[in-house]
Write a protein that binds this ligand. Sequence first.
Ligand code: ZN
Length: 224
Amino acid sequence: MSAESFQRRLEELVGAPLILRLNCNTSQVLSVKTPAGSSLPIVSVHRAFLQADDKVLRAVAQFIRQPTPHCRRVLRQFIASIPHEEFRQPARQTLRLCSRGRYYDLDQILRDLINTFFSAELSVAITWGRNGKPLCRRRRHIQLGSYNHHQRVIRIHPMLDSPHVPEYFVRFVVYHELLHAKLDSQRDASGRRQLHTRTFRLLERRFPHYKEAVAFEREFLKSI
Ligand SMILES: [Zn+2]
């Protein structure tokens, strides 16, 4: 099962949105915590759970809502059945974050924007980097910035680390991606993640240099 479907099924069973993290932790294969001031629980599960059947998923959901002896038993049995090698598999490549550019320090911009426009519980990392997708002029968020909701990492295209790019524009792209992080749990009726919703566009317009940023973007994309 993909991480997406796993999360969707889990949210369905729990009856509420949640943040899913996959780990390869041998000591704590399942943990749930809700950071102070946040309403979304962070559920960290071992990757092996992606192969679990619905009975186990129901036990995970029960564990998230309120652990019972029965769900603990089902979970223990499942964990005991995980082949030993699974525990040695790396969860993902180590993430290399590099936020300090030649001209712009993304971490500084990120912290600034979170302090000004978002609540402190929004925990997101940021790095210069490409997201590997082909250049697509019509979808700026894919090209100049991207947000990976599994890693909770924003990537900003290195071409923006330039003296020809005004700071408000770099801030705008980061702001846009932060909105994706903030509105991460917005889903349509079929459970699919919603990207540029009405709420998203409304919030995006609140950016202080919105008009200049959109105008700059148009010119910038023409020039590359
Ligand atoms: Zn976007």
